[in-house]
Write a protein that binds this ligand. Structure first.
Ligand SMILES: C[S@@+](CC[C@H](N)C(=O)[O-])C[C@H]1O[C@@H](n2cnc3c(N)ncnc32)[C@H](O)[C@@H]1O
Length: 207
């Protein structure tokens, strides 16, 4: 198996990267524009330090952050306790290694995590499993790219995604009303050249 990225190590300086913070803020706005219910009990899969989780927190009934990195979860737990947030939780999952998501949700969100999971169909099925009937999935990630988005591609199992193929996988996992849009575009300098990396948002429903 290809090695995973050490997100525990990355967690310490995760929020110091302004591009990353801006990306999460824009993805959250795109999700809100897509129509998130104030009454939703939400799950943020691969929540990291909670950049997306906390941007959505005021707009939902509750939000559960789940992640396979203890370091990332520690950062989120500190924010939850510093801000006395009663409708946010942070817990460990690693469904590839038998630690499945617990509970059921009206909304599953995720940002920039799917490309770190080898089996996308299994991931979509896991999200579908934990959604209540009528629940919504909204996830954002990179469009197909040439490998230059991450300086180091350790633990990157997909160089972005082809939207049409991904929407077909969503349908295979049982989702309906599948639509895509562009949430934002990340601009980076790669080897002295200005490069644009569009970030898609796919929203879909569990019938
Ligand atoms: C690129 S980060 C994105 C974090 C956050 N969503 C953000 O936008 O800042 C990917 C996150 O997915 C988590 N992750 C990777 N593989 C995972 C898995 N199998 N199960 C749960 N989380 C996973 C990592 O620990 C990391 O926090």
């Amino acid at each position: 198996m290809q090695p995973r990225k050490n997100f525990d190590l990355e967690s310490i300086l995760w929020d110091a990267d302004n591009t990353r913070v801006r990306l999460a803020t824009r993805v959250a706005q795109a999700m809100l524009d897509a129509g998130i219910s104030q009454e939703a009990e939400a799950l943020d899969f691969g929540c990291g330090t909670g950049l997306l989780t906390l941007a959505l927190q005021p707009h939902v009934r509750s939000i559960a952050g789940v992640d396979s990195s203890a370091g990332m979860l520690e950062q989120l737990k500190e924010k939850i306790s510093a801000n006395r947030l009663e409708n946010v939780s942070a817990s460990f999952v690693d469904f590839e290694n038998g630690r499945h998501i617990e509970g059921n949700y009206d909304l599953v969100v995720s940002s920039m995590t799917a490309h770190h999971i080898p089996d996308t169909l299994a991931l979509l099925r896991e999200w579908h499993r934990v959604l209540r009937p009528g629940g919504m999935l909204c996830f954002a990630d990179l469009d197909s790219e040439d490998g230059s988005f991450h300086g180091d591609n350790t633990g990157v199992f997909h160089l972005g995604f082809d939207r049409e193929k991904l929407k077909a996988l969503c349908a295979q996992a049982g989702f309906c009303e599948i639509r895509d849009s562009t949430a934002t575009t990340v601009v980076k300098e790669v080897r002295g050249e200005r490069r644009e990396f569009p970030i898609f948002l796919i929203c879909a429903k569990k019938a």
